[in-house]
Design a protein around this ligand. Structure first.
Ligand code: ZN
Length: 123
């Protein structure tokens, strides 16, 4: 088992960086970046074990988008059951009608916020 992957970016080997130059004399090439597996300890499901950077990831998605969507097509919207609650709370606002030395004053007021509660039983 190899501990390395080649970057899957379709254009990785065309980026003109020193880190991609391989070979000697008149036989130099730009080579796809070699990626050490687990370099970010599985961050974002290990996606960075296959792509050297976000540019290569996006190039791959653009090239293979149709195939990727075909793997898991979505023909209807998904829904998450929720409850919506309105809640009054003490807040403050700027009062521009009663300025002191040209400055508005902070005054207390009641405000309303909407809380979205997810039903975890259906989660
Ligand atoms: Zn790359």
């Amino acid at each position: 088992m190899s501990n390395y992957n080649w970057c899957h970016g379709p254009h990785c080997h065309t980026n003109q960086t020193q880190s991609r130059v391989r070979g000697s004399g008149d036989n130099k090439v730009l080579r796809t970046i070699k990626i050490k597996q687990g370099r970010y300890n599985g961050y974002q499901n290990g996606i960075w074990d296959y792509f050297c950077n976000q540019s290569c990831l996006m190039d791959f998605i653009r090239l293979h988008l149709t195939s990727m969507i075909a793997i898991a097509p979505r023909s209807k919207a998904l829904e998450t059951p929720i409850k919506v609650e309105k809640e009054k709370y003490e807040s403050s606002r700027w009062d521009w009608n009663n300025c002191i030395e040209g400055r508005p004053q902070r005054v207390p007021c009641m405000a309303t916020r909407t809380k979205i509660l997810v039903d975890n039983d259906n989660g």
